[in-house]
Design a binder for this molecule. Structure first.
Ligand code: PMV
Length: 322
């Protein structure tokens, strides 16, 4: 059977950076995020008896193997041995810090399990997606999402805290270079304990999760924005002080961070966030979105912008990719 799924990327306000179990991808701490409406991966999976090995194409290129490993997990649950043909397309760049692995592994998990004849619950899909890429478990449910870290495989999953219509905050995603990062987040995360700052992060993380839940509950933009920016800076401080050091920021990334700070001191309330890579997320109120999008498009260090709001979780579609 053939199945196609669409899943969106997500932006974490409280980040996942570091694992307590490498193999199961159990995170050191919980995290809280928002699905990004404008950033989608669409994936078609078909299990075909005549294939000798998996045939995987992502954005027109053959894949390196992480997808095949995830198909093995799906085959194990479905108790089948058949190889699969997979075609996947992103409507945004990959490997520049926009979390295409989150949308990619969420779409693959839903399409793959459906194509294998399974009908898994949202919780089970989220657990399975997590093993492909941690942040992918937060791209299964919709809206504003929390990932409970959990201490066992079946306890580490994500669920919706608030639906997408709950709050109309925007994320103006700024693509500042198409340069691919040279260290993946999977590899980067293995270095966390070499940073002298990681321990203090873990000591304070529960407080941050409480702050994020409260900011969402009260729809307090200042509280959420300050926390998101603080988190991005703390995560990059840990990256930069890991051994060997990880430096994902490009000159254009720093220009965008300074743009945000300068707009804020001029009275427009905006905040930045970053993931593993150079591209920048700018959180703003709906009422400021158009003015900011125009201004950002005029900066020579911004290559492209994508405007996102809170969006849907992973879903099936009948429109298959060929
Ligand atoms: O899912 P991964 O392994 O690509 O981890 C990415 C984690 C960050 O994007 C850097 C932070 C987060 O919580 O999304």
């Amino acid at each position: 059977m053939k199945a196609t799924a669409i899943a969106n990327s997500n932006l974490a306000f409280v980040k996942y950076w570091g694992k307590k179990d490498e193999k199961l991808r159990l995170p050191e701490n919980g995290s809280i995020s928002m699905i990004l409406s404008g950033m989608e991966t669409k994936t078609t999976v078909e299990f075909l008896a005549n294939l000798k090995k998996d045939d995987i194409t992502i954005d027109g290129k053959e894949d390196n193997g992480r997808v095949s490993l995830h198909l093995d997990r799906i085959r194990k649950v479905a108790d089948i041995k058949t190889r699969a043909k997979v075609i996947s397309k992103n409507n945004f760049p990959s490997s520049t810090g926009l979390s295409s692995s989150a949308s990619g592994f969420a779409a693959l998990t839903l399409a793959g399990t459906k194509a294998a004849g399974l009908n898994l619950s949202e919780r089970k899909l989220s657990i399975l997606a997590r093993k492909g890429s941690g942040s992918a478990c937060r791209s299964i449910p919709g809206g504003f999402v929390e990932w409970k870290s959990g201490d066992k495989d079946d306890e580490s999953f994500s669920y919706t805290l608030f639906p997408k219509t709950y709050w109309d905050i925007c994320d103006i995603v700024c693509i500042c270079s198409s340069e691919k990062k040279d260290v993946s987040s999977t590899e980067g995360q293995k270095l966390v304990s070499s940073s002298p700052f990681y321990n203090s992060r873990i000591i304070n993380i529960e407080q941050k999760l409480i702050r994020a839940r409260e900011a969402l509950k009260k729809r307090d933009f200042t509280m959420l924005g300050q926390l998101a920016e603080e988190e991005a800076l703390e995560m990059h401080a840990i990256m930069m002080t890991s051994k060997p050091a990880l430096l994902y920021l490009l000159p254009s990334t720093v220009q965008l961070m300074r743009f945000v700070m300068s707009e804020r001191s001029n009275g427009t309330e905006i905040y930045f966030s970053l993931n593993t890579g150079q591209d920048v997320h700018i959180l703003c109120k709906e009422s400021d979105k158009d003015k900011l999008a125009k201004k950002l498009s005029e900066q020579d260090y911004v290559k492209k912008i994508i405007i996102s709001k809170s969006g849907d979780g992973a879903r099936l579609t009948e429109e298959h990719l060929q």
